[in-house]
Design a protein around this ligand. Structure first.
Ligand code: FAD
Ligand code: ZN
Length: 468
Protein backbone atom coordinates (compact mmCIF):
# COMPACT_ATOMS: atom_id res chain seq x y z
CA UNK A 1 0.00 0.00 0.00
CA UNK A 2 2.78 2.44 0.89
CA UNK A 3 4.42 1.58 -2.38
CA UNK A 4 1.19 2.40 -4.26
CA UNK A 5 0.94 5.75 -2.48
CA UNK A 6 4.53 6.58 -3.37
CA UNK A 7 3.90 5.70 -7.01
CA UNK A 8 0.79 7.94 -6.99
CA UNK A 9 2.87 10.74 -5.46
CA UNK A 10 5.44 10.34 -8.21
CA UNK A 11 2.68 10.68 -10.83
CA UNK A 12 0.80 13.71 -9.54
CA UNK A 13 2.88 15.29 -6.79
CA UNK A 14 1.99 16.31 -3.24
CA UNK A 15 -0.47 18.98 -4.37
CA UNK A 16 -2.75 16.29 -5.72
CA UNK A 17 -2.55 13.70 -2.97
CA UNK A 18 -4.30 13.44 0.40
CA UNK A 19 -3.40 10.53 2.67
CA UNK A 20 -4.12 12.00 6.10
CA UNK A 21 -7.44 10.39 7.26
CA UNK A 22 -8.64 13.61 8.88
CA UNK A 23 -8.01 15.64 5.73
CA UNK A 24 -9.59 12.90 3.61
CA UNK A 25 -12.81 12.87 5.67
CA UNK A 26 -14.88 15.32 3.56
CA UNK A 27 -14.14 13.18 0.50
CA UNK A 28 -15.04 9.96 2.32
CA UNK A 29 -18.54 10.94 3.44
CA UNK A 30 -21.58 11.66 1.29
CA UNK A 31 -23.61 14.88 1.39
CA UNK A 32 -26.46 13.32 3.37
CA UNK A 33 -24.04 11.77 5.90
CA UNK A 34 -25.48 8.37 5.19
CA UNK A 35 -22.24 6.67 4.10
CA UNK A 36 -18.82 6.84 5.75
CA UNK A 37 -15.93 5.38 3.79
CA UNK A 38 -12.22 5.05 4.37
CA UNK A 39 -10.10 5.61 1.25
CA UNK A 40 -6.49 4.60 0.89
CA UNK A 41 -5.91 8.07 -0.55
CA UNK A 42 -7.67 10.95 -2.25
CA UNK A 43 -6.06 11.69 -5.59
CA UNK A 44 -6.67 15.04 -7.27
CA UNK A 45 -5.15 15.09 -10.76
CA UNK A 46 -4.81 18.39 -12.62
CA UNK A 47 -4.87 17.15 -16.23
CA UNK A 48 -6.23 14.42 -18.47
CA UNK A 49 -2.70 12.98 -18.77
CA UNK A 50 -2.49 12.70 -14.98
CA UNK A 51 -5.89 10.97 -14.81
CA UNK A 52 -4.69 8.52 -17.47
CA UNK A 53 -1.48 7.81 -15.57
CA UNK A 54 -3.41 7.18 -12.36
CA UNK A 55 -5.83 4.85 -14.14
CA UNK A 56 -2.96 2.89 -15.73
CA UNK A 57 -1.42 2.40 -12.31
CA UNK A 58 -4.75 1.38 -10.78
CA UNK A 59 -5.41 -1.11 -13.59
CA UNK A 60 -1.92 -2.59 -13.12
CA UNK A 61 -2.36 -2.92 -9.35
CA UNK A 62 -6.10 -3.71 -9.51
CA UNK A 63 -6.86 -0.79 -7.24
CA UNK A 64 -10.51 0.24 -7.11
CA UNK A 65 -11.20 3.86 -8.12
CA UNK A 66 -14.14 5.97 -6.92
CA UNK A 67 -14.52 9.02 -9.20
CA UNK A 68 -15.81 12.11 -7.46
CA UNK A 69 -16.88 15.60 -8.49
CA UNK A 70 -18.51 18.05 -6.07
CA UNK A 71 -19.66 15.18 -3.82
CA UNK A 72 -23.25 16.44 -3.70
CA UNK A 73 -24.75 13.19 -4.98
CA UNK A 74 -27.65 11.80 -2.96
CA UNK A 75 -27.15 8.03 -3.26
CA UNK A 76 -23.61 7.36 -2.02
CA UNK A 77 -22.23 6.98 -5.55
CA UNK A 78 -19.06 8.97 -4.85
CA UNK A 79 -18.28 7.48 -1.42
CA UNK A 80 -15.60 4.77 -1.10
CA UNK A 81 -16.16 1.67 1.00
CA UNK A 82 -14.56 1.31 4.43
CA UNK A 83 -11.89 -1.26 3.57
CA UNK A 84 -9.14 1.37 3.21
CA UNK A 85 -8.06 0.03 -0.20
CA UNK A 86 -10.01 2.20 -2.68
CA UNK A 87 -8.81 5.55 -3.96
CA UNK A 88 -11.09 8.54 -4.41
CA UNK A 89 -10.30 10.20 -7.75
CA UNK A 90 -11.51 13.75 -7.24
CA UNK A 91 -11.71 15.84 -10.44
CA UNK A 92 -12.11 19.27 -8.81
CA UNK A 93 -8.69 20.55 -9.88
CA UNK A 94 -9.61 20.01 -13.54
CA UNK A 95 -11.78 23.12 -13.62
CA UNK A 96 -10.88 24.99 -16.82
CA UNK A 97 -13.28 26.25 -19.44
CA UNK A 98 -11.36 25.12 -22.52
CA UNK A 99 -13.40 26.95 -25.18
CA UNK A 100 -16.63 28.80 -25.90
CA UNK A 101 -17.95 28.85 -29.47
CA UNK A 102 -20.90 31.24 -29.56
CA UNK A 103 -21.68 30.48 -33.21
CA UNK A 104 -21.63 26.72 -32.75
CA UNK A 105 -23.45 27.33 -29.46
CA UNK A 106 -21.09 25.10 -27.52
CA UNK A 107 -18.86 25.28 -24.48
CA UNK A 108 -16.00 22.86 -23.81
CA UNK A 109 -15.26 22.40 -20.12
CA UNK A 110 -13.23 20.14 -17.90
CA UNK A 111 -15.04 17.68 -15.64
CA UNK A 112 -14.26 19.58 -12.44
CA UNK A 113 -15.92 22.85 -13.54
CA UNK A 114 -18.52 23.81 -10.96
CA UNK A 115 -21.93 24.03 -12.64
CA UNK A 116 -22.48 27.67 -11.59
CA UNK A 117 -19.17 28.60 -13.23
CA UNK A 118 -20.23 26.97 -16.50
CA UNK A 119 -23.49 28.94 -16.36
CA UNK A 120 -21.44 32.09 -15.72
CA UNK A 121 -19.02 31.44 -18.60
CA UNK A 122 -21.98 30.88 -20.92
CA UNK A 123 -23.63 34.11 -19.75
CA UNK A 124 -20.41 36.05 -20.37
CA UNK A 125 -20.59 34.87 -23.99
CA UNK A 126 -24.23 36.00 -24.18
CA UNK A 127 -25.52 32.45 -24.06
CA UNK A 128 -27.45 30.23 -21.65
CA UNK A 129 -26.31 26.91 -20.20
CA UNK A 130 -29.66 25.78 -18.86
CA UNK A 131 -28.85 22.97 -16.40
CA UNK A 132 -29.92 24.32 -13.03
CA UNK A 133 -30.20 22.64 -9.62
CA UNK A 134 -30.02 23.68 -6.01
CA UNK A 135 -26.52 22.18 -5.68
CA UNK A 136 -25.16 24.23 -8.62
CA UNK A 137 -22.68 26.15 -6.46
CA UNK A 138 -20.83 22.90 -5.62
CA UNK A 139 -21.72 20.13 -8.09
CA UNK A 140 -19.42 19.66 -11.08
CA UNK A 141 -20.04 18.89 -14.75
CA UNK A 142 -18.49 15.41 -14.53
CA UNK A 143 -20.85 14.57 -11.66
CA UNK A 144 -23.79 16.15 -13.49
CA UNK A 145 -23.15 13.98 -16.53
CA UNK A 146 -22.40 10.79 -14.63
CA UNK A 147 -25.69 11.20 -12.72
CA UNK A 148 -27.59 12.57 -15.73
CA UNK A 149 -28.74 15.41 -13.48
CA UNK A 150 -32.16 16.98 -13.92
CA UNK A 151 -33.28 20.06 -12.00
CA UNK A 152 -35.79 22.78 -12.73
CA UNK A 153 -35.38 23.46 -16.46
CA UNK A 154 -35.71 19.90 -17.80
CA UNK A 155 -39.18 20.61 -19.15
CA UNK A 156 -37.72 22.95 -21.77
CA UNK A 157 -34.09 21.85 -22.19
CA UNK A 158 -33.90 18.22 -21.08
CA UNK A 159 -31.58 16.41 -18.64
CA UNK A 160 -27.77 16.61 -18.62
CA UNK A 161 -27.84 13.89 -21.28
CA UNK A 162 -29.71 16.15 -23.69
CA UNK A 163 -27.16 18.94 -23.27
CA UNK A 164 -24.16 16.83 -24.25
CA UNK A 165 -22.43 16.81 -27.65
CA UNK A 166 -18.98 15.37 -26.96
CA UNK A 167 -16.87 13.73 -24.26
CA UNK A 168 -13.29 13.06 -23.32
CA UNK A 169 -13.08 9.91 -21.22
CA UNK A 170 -10.22 8.09 -19.55
CA UNK A 171 -11.04 4.40 -19.70
CA UNK A 172 -10.46 1.91 -16.91
CA UNK A 173 -7.12 0.82 -18.45
CA UNK A 174 -5.86 4.40 -18.79
CA UNK A 175 -6.54 4.88 -22.51
CA UNK A 176 -7.89 8.30 -23.44
CA UNK A 177 -10.95 8.40 -25.71
CA UNK A 178 -11.11 11.81 -27.38
CA UNK A 179 -14.75 12.19 -28.35
CA UNK A 180 -14.79 15.97 -27.87
CA UNK A 181 -16.93 16.67 -30.93
CA UNK A 182 -19.28 19.62 -31.13
CA UNK A 183 -21.53 18.15 -33.82
CA UNK A 184 -25.30 18.41 -33.89
CA UNK A 185 -25.48 15.58 -36.37
CA UNK A 186 -23.24 12.53 -36.38
CA UNK A 187 -24.61 9.15 -37.40
CA UNK A 188 -21.43 7.10 -37.43
CA UNK A 189 -22.35 4.11 -35.34
CA UNK A 190 -23.13 3.67 -31.66
CA UNK A 191 -23.48 6.84 -29.62
CA UNK A 192 -20.71 5.94 -27.17
CA UNK A 193 -20.82 9.15 -25.16
CA UNK A 194 -24.35 8.42 -23.99
CA UNK A 195 -23.20 5.13 -22.45
CA UNK A 196 -21.21 7.07 -19.88
CA UNK A 197 -24.04 9.44 -18.97
CA UNK A 198 -25.82 8.23 -15.85
CA UNK A 199 -23.26 5.46 -15.32
CA UNK A 200 -22.29 6.89 -11.92
CA UNK A 201 -18.55 6.42 -12.35
CA UNK A 202 -18.75 2.71 -13.15
CA UNK A 203 -17.54 2.79 -16.77
CA UNK A 204 -14.72 5.34 -16.96
CA UNK A 205 -13.68 8.83 -15.89
CA UNK A 206 -15.03 11.88 -17.70
CA UNK A 207 -12.29 14.50 -18.02
CA UNK A 208 -13.99 17.02 -20.35
CA UNK A 209 -17.22 17.59 -22.25
CA UNK A 210 -18.66 19.68 -25.08
CA UNK A 211 -22.02 21.04 -23.96
CA UNK A 212 -24.85 22.77 -25.80
CA UNK A 213 -25.55 26.46 -25.30
CA UNK A 214 -28.80 28.29 -25.99
CA UNK A 215 -29.85 31.88 -26.65
CA UNK A 216 -29.96 33.92 -23.48
CA UNK A 217 -33.60 34.68 -22.60
CA UNK A 218 -34.34 38.40 -22.42
CA UNK A 219 -37.48 37.98 -20.38
CA UNK A 220 -38.78 35.73 -17.63
CA UNK A 221 -42.22 35.58 -16.10
CA UNK A 222 -42.94 33.69 -12.90
CA UNK A 223 -46.27 32.83 -11.29
CA UNK A 224 -47.56 30.89 -8.33
CA UNK A 225 -50.92 29.27 -8.99
CA UNK A 226 -53.18 27.77 -6.30
CA UNK A 227 -54.97 24.56 -7.24
CA UNK A 228 -57.51 22.14 -5.92
CA UNK A 229 -55.53 18.99 -6.78
CA UNK A 230 -52.59 17.54 -8.73
CA UNK A 231 -55.12 16.52 -11.41
CA UNK A 232 -55.94 20.20 -11.95
CA UNK A 233 -52.19 20.78 -12.14
CA UNK A 234 -51.97 18.40 -15.10
CA UNK A 235 -54.81 20.17 -16.86
CA UNK A 236 -53.10 23.49 -16.18
CA UNK A 237 -49.85 22.13 -17.64
CA UNK A 238 -51.56 21.18 -20.91
CA UNK A 239 -53.34 24.51 -21.02
CA UNK A 240 -50.21 26.62 -20.45
CA UNK A 241 -48.24 24.57 -22.97
CA UNK A 242 -51.03 25.12 -25.48
CA UNK A 243 -50.95 28.90 -25.04
CA UNK A 244 -47.24 29.48 -24.36
CA UNK A 245 -45.58 26.58 -26.18
CA UNK A 246 -41.99 25.84 -25.29
CA UNK A 247 -41.63 29.16 -23.51
CA UNK A 248 -42.79 27.18 -20.46
CA UNK A 249 -39.46 26.45 -18.75
CA UNK A 250 -40.45 25.16 -15.29
CA UNK A 251 -43.59 23.70 -13.76
CA UNK A 252 -43.15 22.68 -10.13
CA UNK A 253 -45.82 21.18 -7.88
CA UNK A 254 -45.89 21.81 -4.11
CA UNK A 255 -48.51 20.66 -1.62
CA UNK A 256 -49.94 22.95 1.06
CA UNK A 257 -48.01 20.94 3.66
CA UNK A 258 -44.69 21.66 1.87
CA UNK A 259 -45.37 25.40 2.00
CA UNK A 260 -46.45 25.14 5.64
CA UNK A 261 -43.07 23.55 6.43
CA UNK A 262 -41.24 26.35 4.60
CA UNK A 263 -43.25 29.00 6.48
CA UNK A 264 -42.56 27.25 9.79
CA UNK A 265 -38.81 26.87 9.36
CA UNK A 266 -38.11 30.08 7.42
CA UNK A 267 -39.93 32.69 9.51
CA UNK A 268 -39.24 35.48 6.98
CA UNK A 269 -41.40 33.65 4.41
CA UNK A 270 -44.41 35.59 3.08
CA UNK A 271 -47.06 33.30 1.60
CA UNK A 272 -48.69 35.23 -1.24
CA UNK A 273 -52.28 34.07 -0.64
CA UNK A 274 -54.44 34.89 2.36
CA UNK A 275 -56.10 31.48 2.17
CA UNK A 276 -54.48 28.05 2.29
CA UNK A 277 -55.12 26.01 -0.87
CA UNK A 278 -54.51 22.26 -1.26
CA UNK A 279 -51.82 22.45 -3.96
CA UNK A 280 -49.65 25.00 -5.72
CA UNK A 281 -47.75 25.18 -9.00
CA UNK A 282 -44.78 27.45 -9.47
CA UNK A 283 -44.36 28.08 -13.16
CA UNK A 284 -41.83 29.99 -15.17
CA UNK A 285 -41.83 31.17 -18.76
CA UNK A 286 -38.80 32.53 -20.57
CA UNK A 287 -38.37 34.07 -24.00
CA UNK A 288 -35.82 35.82 -26.16
CA UNK A 289 -38.54 38.32 -27.18
CA UNK A 290 -39.68 41.25 -25.05
CA UNK A 291 -40.96 41.04 -21.47
CA UNK A 292 -44.27 42.64 -22.47
CA UNK A 293 -44.98 39.78 -24.88
CA UNK A 294 -44.29 37.20 -22.27
CA UNK A 295 -46.33 38.90 -19.54
CA UNK A 296 -49.29 39.18 -21.90
CA UNK A 297 -49.09 35.50 -22.77
CA UNK A 298 -48.92 34.53 -19.10
CA UNK A 299 -51.79 36.78 -18.01
CA UNK A 300 -53.94 35.53 -20.87
CA UNK A 301 -53.17 31.90 -20.07
CA UNK A 302 -53.91 32.38 -16.36
CA UNK A 303 -57.17 34.25 -16.98
CA UNK A 304 -58.37 31.41 -19.19
CA UNK A 305 -57.24 28.85 -16.61
CA UNK A 306 -59.20 30.61 -13.93
CA UNK A 307 -62.34 30.77 -16.11
CA UNK A 308 -62.01 27.09 -16.91
CA UNK A 309 -61.87 26.28 -13.19
CA UNK A 310 -58.26 25.04 -13.30
CA UNK A 311 -56.81 27.69 -10.99
CA UNK A 312 -58.22 28.81 -7.65
CA UNK A 313 -55.96 31.85 -7.42
CA UNK A 314 -52.70 33.12 -8.94
CA UNK A 315 -49.99 35.71 -8.40
CA UNK A 316 -47.58 36.87 -11.07
CA UNK A 317 -44.20 38.22 -9.91
CA UNK A 318 -43.95 41.93 -10.69
CA UNK A 319 -40.16 42.14 -10.26
CA UNK A 320 -37.08 39.96 -10.20
CA UNK A 321 -37.14 40.15 -6.39
CA UNK A 322 -40.71 38.87 -6.29
CA UNK A 323 -39.82 36.06 -8.68
CA UNK A 324 -36.90 35.10 -6.43
CA UNK A 325 -39.23 35.09 -3.41
CA UNK A 326 -41.59 32.71 -5.22
CA UNK A 327 -38.70 30.44 -6.20
CA UNK A 328 -37.48 30.48 -2.59
CA UNK A 329 -40.75 28.81 -1.58
CA UNK A 330 -39.82 25.88 -3.79
CA UNK A 331 -36.09 25.86 -3.15
CA UNK A 332 -36.41 26.01 0.64
CA UNK A 333 -38.51 22.85 0.85
CA UNK A 334 -35.54 20.44 1.14
CA UNK A 335 -33.97 22.45 3.96
CA UNK A 336 -37.32 22.85 5.73
CA UNK A 337 -37.61 19.07 5.60
CA UNK A 338 -34.24 18.71 7.30
CA UNK A 339 -35.35 21.06 10.13
CA UNK A 340 -38.65 19.21 10.51
CA UNK A 341 -36.93 15.92 11.26
CA UNK A 342 -36.39 12.53 9.70
CA UNK A 343 -38.27 11.63 6.56
CA UNK A 344 -38.22 8.79 4.11
CA UNK A 345 -37.46 10.16 0.67
CA UNK A 346 -38.21 8.95 -2.81
CA UNK A 347 -37.33 10.32 -6.21
CA UNK A 348 -39.79 8.63 -8.55
CA UNK A 349 -41.13 9.29 -12.02
CA UNK A 350 -44.23 8.10 -13.83
CA UNK A 351 -45.67 9.11 -17.20
CA UNK A 352 -46.75 12.75 -16.77
CA UNK A 353 -50.36 11.92 -17.56
CA UNK A 354 -50.54 9.48 -14.62
CA UNK A 355 -48.92 11.53 -11.90
CA UNK A 356 -52.16 12.64 -10.18
CA UNK A 357 -53.47 9.09 -10.08
CA UNK A 358 -50.11 7.88 -8.74
CA UNK A 359 -50.27 10.39 -5.88
CA UNK A 360 -53.87 9.50 -4.98
CA UNK A 361 -53.37 5.73 -5.07
CA UNK A 362 -50.01 5.70 -3.28
CA UNK A 363 -51.10 8.20 -0.61
CA UNK A 364 -54.13 5.99 0.14
CA UNK A 365 -52.06 2.84 0.32
CA UNK A 366 -49.59 4.46 2.73
CA UNK A 367 -52.39 5.79 4.94
CA UNK A 368 -53.87 2.30 5.18
CA UNK A 369 -50.53 0.77 6.17
CA UNK A 370 -49.19 3.67 8.29
CA UNK A 371 -52.14 5.79 9.47
CA UNK A 372 -51.44 9.49 9.91
CA UNK A 373 -48.10 9.70 8.06
CA UNK A 374 -47.60 13.15 6.55
CA UNK A 375 -46.86 13.44 2.85
CA UNK A 376 -44.22 15.97 1.79
CA UNK A 377 -44.84 15.76 -1.95
CA UNK A 378 -43.34 18.23 -4.40
CA UNK A 379 -41.36 18.20 -7.59
CA UNK A 380 -41.12 18.54 -11.30
CA UNK A 381 -44.72 17.93 -12.38
CA UNK A 382 -43.83 18.93 -15.93
CA UNK A 383 -41.34 16.01 -16.08
CA UNK A 384 -43.50 13.43 -14.28
CA UNK A 385 -40.90 13.46 -11.47
CA UNK A 386 -41.90 13.72 -7.82
CA UNK A 387 -39.89 14.10 -4.65
CA UNK A 388 -42.34 11.90 -2.80
CA UNK A 389 -41.31 12.10 0.84
CA UNK A 390 -42.98 10.82 3.95
CA UNK A 391 -42.80 12.21 7.49
CA UNK A 392 -44.01 10.35 10.59
CA UNK A 393 -47.52 11.03 11.90
CA UNK A 394 -47.70 14.14 14.09
CA UNK A 395 -46.45 13.12 17.52
CA UNK A 396 -45.40 9.70 16.15
CA UNK A 397 -42.03 8.27 17.14
CA UNK A 398 -39.31 9.12 14.61
CA UNK A 399 -37.07 6.12 15.25
CA UNK A 400 -39.86 3.56 15.05
CA UNK A 401 -40.92 5.20 11.79
CA UNK A 402 -37.46 5.16 10.28
CA UNK A 403 -37.02 1.52 11.29
CA UNK A 404 -39.83 0.72 8.86
CA UNK A 405 -38.27 2.66 5.97
CA UNK A 406 -37.85 -0.52 3.92
CA UNK A 407 -41.58 -1.35 4.08
CA UNK A 408 -42.55 2.23 3.27
CA UNK A 409 -40.20 2.47 0.29
CA UNK A 410 -41.40 -0.88 -0.97
CA UNK A 411 -44.98 0.46 -1.13
CA UNK A 412 -43.85 3.59 -2.99
CA UNK A 413 -41.54 1.81 -5.41
CA UNK A 414 -44.01 -0.99 -6.16
CA UNK A 415 -46.62 1.63 -6.86
CA UNK A 416 -44.28 3.54 -9.21
CA UNK A 417 -43.58 0.24 -11.00
CA UNK A 418 -47.32 -0.44 -11.39
CA UNK A 419 -47.63 2.98 -13.04
CA UNK A 420 -44.81 2.04 -15.46
CA UNK A 421 -42.52 4.46 -13.61
CA UNK A 422 -38.97 4.58 -12.26
CA UNK A 423 -37.66 4.37 -8.67
CA UNK A 424 -34.96 6.92 -9.44
CA UNK A 425 -35.79 9.82 -11.72
CA UNK A 426 -32.87 12.08 -10.81
CA UNK A 427 -30.54 10.92 -8.08
CA UNK A 428 -29.39 7.56 -9.43
CA UNK A 429 -28.79 4.19 -7.81
CA UNK A 430 -25.29 4.54 -6.30
CA UNK A 431 -25.09 2.20 -3.33
CA UNK A 432 -28.43 3.36 -1.93
CA UNK A 433 -30.73 1.72 -4.49
CA UNK A 434 -28.38 -0.86 -5.95
CA UNK A 435 -30.31 -3.76 -4.45
CA UNK A 436 -33.78 -2.24 -4.81
CA UNK A 437 -33.43 -1.94 -8.58
CA UNK A 438 -33.14 -5.72 -8.98
CA UNK A 439 -36.84 -5.98 -8.18
CA UNK A 440 -37.87 -3.59 -10.95
CA UNK A 441 -35.56 -4.10 -13.94
CA UNK A 442 -35.90 -7.29 -15.94
CA UNK A 443 -33.13 -9.90 -15.65
CA UNK A 444 -32.35 -9.26 -19.32
CA UNK A 445 -31.91 -5.52 -18.75
CA UNK A 446 -29.62 -6.18 -15.77
CA UNK A 447 -27.64 -8.69 -17.83
CA UNK A 448 -27.16 -6.19 -20.67
CA UNK A 449 -25.87 -3.64 -18.16
CA UNK A 450 -23.43 -6.21 -16.74
CA UNK A 451 -22.14 -7.01 -20.23
CA UNK A 452 -21.49 -3.33 -20.96
CA UNK A 453 -19.71 -3.00 -17.62
CA UNK A 454 -17.57 -6.07 -18.38
CA UNK A 455 -16.65 -4.72 -21.83
CA UNK A 456 -15.54 -1.31 -20.55
CA UNK A 457 -14.15 -2.29 -17.17
CA UNK A 458 -13.04 -5.92 -17.44
CA UNK A 459 -11.02 -5.77 -14.21
CA UNK A 460 -13.86 -4.20 -12.23
CA UNK A 461 -11.79 -1.30 -10.90
CA UNK A 462 -14.33 1.46 -11.70
CA UNK A 463 -16.46 2.34 -8.67
CA UNK A 464 -17.21 -1.24 -7.57
CA UNK A 465 -20.35 -1.75 -5.48
CA UNK A 466 -22.27 1.03 -7.19
CA UNK A 467 -25.22 0.63 -9.60
CA UNK A 468 -24.57 -3.09 -10.29
P1 FAD B 1 -20.61 13.54 -7.13
O1 FAD B 1 -21.59 13.46 -6.01
O2 FAD B 1 -19.22 13.84 -6.79
O3 FAD B 1 -20.67 12.16 -7.94
C1 FAD B 1 -21.88 11.62 -8.41
C2 FAD B 1 -21.60 10.33 -9.21
O4 FAD B 1 -20.89 10.63 -10.40
C3 FAD B 1 -20.75 9.32 -8.45
O5 FAD B 1 -21.19 8.03 -8.78
C4 FAD B 1 -19.35 9.56 -8.99
O6 FAD B 1 -18.57 8.40 -8.93
C5 FAD B 1 -19.62 9.98 -10.42
N1 FAD B 1 -18.66 10.97 -10.96
C6 FAD B 1 -18.48 12.26 -10.57
N2 FAD B 1 -17.58 12.87 -11.37
C7 FAD B 1 -17.17 11.95 -12.27
C8 FAD B 1 -16.26 11.97 -13.35
N3 FAD B 1 -15.60 13.06 -13.72
N4 FAD B 1 -16.07 10.83 -14.05
C9 FAD B 1 -16.74 9.69 -13.71
N5 FAD B 1 -17.64 9.64 -12.70
C10 FAD B 1 -17.85 10.75 -12.01
N6 FAD B 1 -29.82 16.16 -8.69
C11 FAD B 1 -30.67 16.33 -9.72
O7 FAD B 1 -30.62 15.57 -10.69
N7 FAD B 1 -31.61 17.32 -9.71
C12 FAD B 1 -31.71 18.18 -8.69
O8 FAD B 1 -32.56 19.06 -8.70
C13 FAD B 1 -30.82 18.04 -7.59
N8 FAD B 1 -30.88 18.89 -6.55
C14 FAD B 1 -29.99 18.75 -5.53
C15 FAD B 1 -30.04 19.64 -4.47
C16 FAD B 1 -29.14 19.55 -3.41
C17 FAD B 1 -29.21 20.54 -2.29
C18 FAD B 1 -28.18 18.50 -3.40
C19 FAD B 1 -27.19 18.37 -2.29
C20 FAD B 1 -28.15 17.61 -4.44
C21 FAD B 1 -29.03 17.70 -5.51
N9 FAD B 1 -29.01 16.82 -6.59
C22 FAD B 1 -29.88 16.98 -7.63
C23 FAD B 1 -28.05 15.71 -6.61
C24 FAD B 1 -26.64 16.10 -7.10
O9 FAD B 1 -26.38 17.45 -6.94
C25 FAD B 1 -26.47 15.74 -8.54
O10 FAD B 1 -26.55 14.34 -8.64
C26 FAD B 1 -25.15 16.22 -9.17
O11 FAD B 1 -25.23 16.02 -10.57
C27 FAD B 1 -23.93 15.51 -8.64
O12 FAD B 1 -22.76 16.19 -9.07
P2 FAD B 1 -21.40 16.11 -8.22
O13 FAD B 1 -20.34 16.80 -8.98
O14 FAD B 1 -21.62 16.55 -6.84
O15 FAD B 1 -21.13 14.53 -8.27
ZN1 ZN C 1 -35.48 17.38 -8.23
Amino acid sequence: MTQLIERLRALIGDAGLITDPQEAKPYATDWRKRYFGKPLAVVKPASTAEVAAVMRLCAETRTAVVPQGGNTGLCGGATPDSAGTQIVLNLSRMNRVRAVDAVNNTITVEAGCVLANVQQAAAEAGRLFPLSLAAEGSCEIGGNLFTNAGGTAVLRYGNARDLLLGLEVVLSDGQIWDGLRGLRKDNTGYDLKQLFVGAEGTLGVITAAVLKLFPQPRARATALVALESPAKGLQLLSHIQGVCGDRLTGFELMSAFCLALVAKHFPATRLPFAEVHPQYVLLELSDTASAANLDNALHEALAEASEAGLALDAVVAASAAQAAALWALRENIPEAQVHEGKQIKHDVSVPISRIAEFIAVTDAELQRAFPGVRMVTFGHLGDGNLHYNIAPAAGGGEDAFVARAGEISRIVHDSAARFAGSISAEHGLGQYKRDAILRYKSPLEMELMRRIKAALDPQGVMNPGKVL
